[in-house]
Design a protein around this ligand. Structure first.
Ligand SMILES: NC(=O)c1ccc[n+]([C@@H]2O[C@H](COP(=O)([O-])OP(=O)(O)OC[C@H]3O[C@@H](n4cnc5c(N)ncnc54)[C@H](OP(=O)(O)O)[C@@H]3O)[C@@H](O)[C@H]2O)c1
Length: 323
């Protein structure tokens, strides 16, 4: 059993590291952020000074060789998730890897089995699962407040800057992998099942990755899910969970901006639902820390990341067949 505050290190001086993971790891009294690595020593030195992180490294391997670091957060472009998870596992580090877990199912399986063989835990960083709103949403569905679940409509889109690696297929880019993956993850959690049927279509426009994608999933119990995601519209995040008696509406799911909301909708009336406050990233790192300390019960387990990637792979296959 692992005890005390766990010592964390971060691979990559990325935007999500700056905006969410450093603040979360420094806010929690269960975690101690002791190191940050960049491909560029000056960058990690600057970030260490700015955020008061005691150790910095000019390569990711140097951080992974530090015997004091017990857990690493991987906030790198998607095509590097597998490589650095394997390396972290070989160095005996637990891994919180940001979404999507990998670029395909084969990579995800390799990551899961390597972590398992090296006796370390692996969790995909879907922070929204750890938000108190998600717990409230699940309670309302499970208590039958909307009747029988029938349909989920999930939209997530944002304007992607032209110089972002997400426009590069070799980096694991594309709207499905970047934001559509949340819709798949949400559907699987709310339906508590894996999809049976999958249909999908996409527009690539002049790009090499999917720019606007629409997916339909059929789940057991005749629950249908429609997901749309994209890179070329203004920010849009909206989820409707539609039951036989009422609908739950989720808005404002992003990192910044106004706080997220949850509404119970009947006919034209929408009633705001109260849920506990709390930072989803702090909760995520604390859940992972607690599960490592307990040595079991990972929320969610690595297998869940593999299952999500399996659905994404199937959607990619459906898109290829549709064209
Ligand atoms: N959970 C969430 O809410 C959320 C939100 C945004 C992003 N994400 C995920 O977090 C990960 C990082 O996304 P991000 O937008 O924060 O990334 P980003 O700002 O573009 O930063 C990626 C970092 O990776 C390192 N890197 C190594 N090789 C690279 C390469 N070939 N090209 C570009 N960068 C390279 C660089 O750090 P160094 O130069 O310091 O090594 C770079 O700063 C992605 O997997 C993304 O899906 C999650």
């Amino acid at each position: 059993m692992v005890t005390g505050r766990l010592k964390w290190g971060i691979l990559g001086c990325s935007r999500i590291t700056r905006s969410a993971l450093i603040p979360a790891l420094q806010a929690s009294d269960q975690t101690e952020l002791i190191g940050i690595a960049s491909r560029n020593l000056q960058t990690s030195r600057d970030w260490a000074a700015e955020f008061g992180i005691p150790r910095f490294y000019g390569t990711y391997s140097d951080l992974l060789s530090d015997p004091d670091i017990q857990v690493v957060y991987i906030g790198l472009p998607n095509h590097l998730h597998c490589e650095w998870t394997l390396s972290a596992a070989h160095n005996g580090k637990h891994v919180l890897c940001d979404k999507p877990l990998a670029c395909d199912l084969a990579e995800a399986k390799q990551m899961e089995s390597c972590c398992s063989l090296n006796n370390v835990m692996l969790m995909e960083g879907f922070m929204w699962r750890h938000h108190p709103r998600t717990q409230r949403l699940l309670e309302l569905i499970n208590q039958g407040k909307i009747g029988t679940l029938q349909l989920i409509r999930y939209s997530f889109a944002l304007p992607m800057p032209q110089d972002d690696w997400r426009w590069n297929p070799a980096a694991g880019g594309g709207a499905l992998w970047d934001v559509g993956c949340y819709g798949v993850n949400t559907a699987r959690l709310l339906c508590n099942a894996e999809p049976l049927g999958i249909q999908a279509c996409t527009h690539k426009e002049s790009h090499k990755v999917d720019v606007t994608t629409v997916v339909t999933l059929q789940f057991p119990g005749n629950v249908l899910v429609q997901i749309d995601c994209g890179f070329t519209s203004p920010f849009r995040y909206r989820v409707e969970v539609i039951g036989s008696d009422a609908t739950l509406l989720i808005t404002r799911g992003s990192l910044a901006g106004p706080p997220p909301q949850l509404y119970f909708c009947l006919d034209e009336e929408a009633q705001r639902i109260h849920f506990e406050g709390g930072d989803q990233f702090v909760r995520m790192v604390e859940h992972f820390t607690e599960d490592i300390q307990a040595g079991c019960g990972l929320r969610p387990p690595a297998e869940n990341g593999v299952a999500n990637m399996q659905v994404l792979d199937r959607i990619a296959g459906a898109i290829a067949a549709w064209k």
